[in-house]
Design a protein around this ligand. Sequence first.
Ligand SMILES: *[C@@H]1O[C@H](CO)[C@@H](O)[C@H](O)[C@H]1NC(C)=O
Length: 257
Amino acid sequence: MARPLALLVVLLVSPVAMRAAEAAEACAGEKFPAGRAYANCQDLPQLGAALHWSYDETKSSLSVAFVASPAGTGGWVAWGLNPTGEGMVGTQALVALKGSSSAPTVKTYNITGYVPLGGASTPIAFPATDLAADEGAGGKIRLYGKLQLHKGMNAVNQVWQVGYSVTGGAPDKHAFGAANLASKTKLVLAGKATAISPAPAATAGPGAPSSSVGGGSDSGSASSVAPSAGKSAATTATGVSAPALALLSLVGFLSMV
Ligand SMILES: *[C@@H]1O[C@H](CO)[C@@H](O)[C@H](O)[C@H]1NC(C)=O
């Protein structure tokens, strides 16, 4: 009886531990040129990509650095926001194309469907400025840009991709492997990390620092007020979020075994 339980615990815990370890080394170790600093970094779950970002909530302005290795040395990397859906179609994309040029160039594309993209940018819903790209360690492409988001966009779907080649200044079709198709998550711009970090005295174990990676220092403060507004300190203390509860019950489960 004890052995299946122990196995279950290992299965439950190891992916979490692995992901925390990855986060600790991958995106946090990125060294950008002077003048490029970002408040948050997030290792994305597919294609070895990472997103570094700062969000100015008062201006709805999002600065990003997207880092990924193209699928081939003359390939491309892309990142975008999809305000209307979850997948590729609808994505307002920034694409950094290496091709045969010495430095990658950046274009914007409104991805309207599974059709080839042209060599020229198309307008996107979020005015994009400060577009640039360079090459990082190990042949990675780093794509920089600033997007003017719409007021009140606190969370939005993000999609990213890497491609093998560039033809006529346009990104060629990417592979359709499992990782290519799963490269999408939600980007939480405001209220980040507050779901877990305020859990009062949550037996601050080794997991605690990783849940607050990137801090979200200023952007999170507003939303941390919201849930407790109008409640007494006592109610607030018991108002532990669902992820925190899951974490606590896992800790409890572990201590039982
Ligand atoms: C993007 O393409 C869609 C579909 O054609 C269109 O409805 C939308 O207006 C386009 N967005 C921009 C910013 O041009």
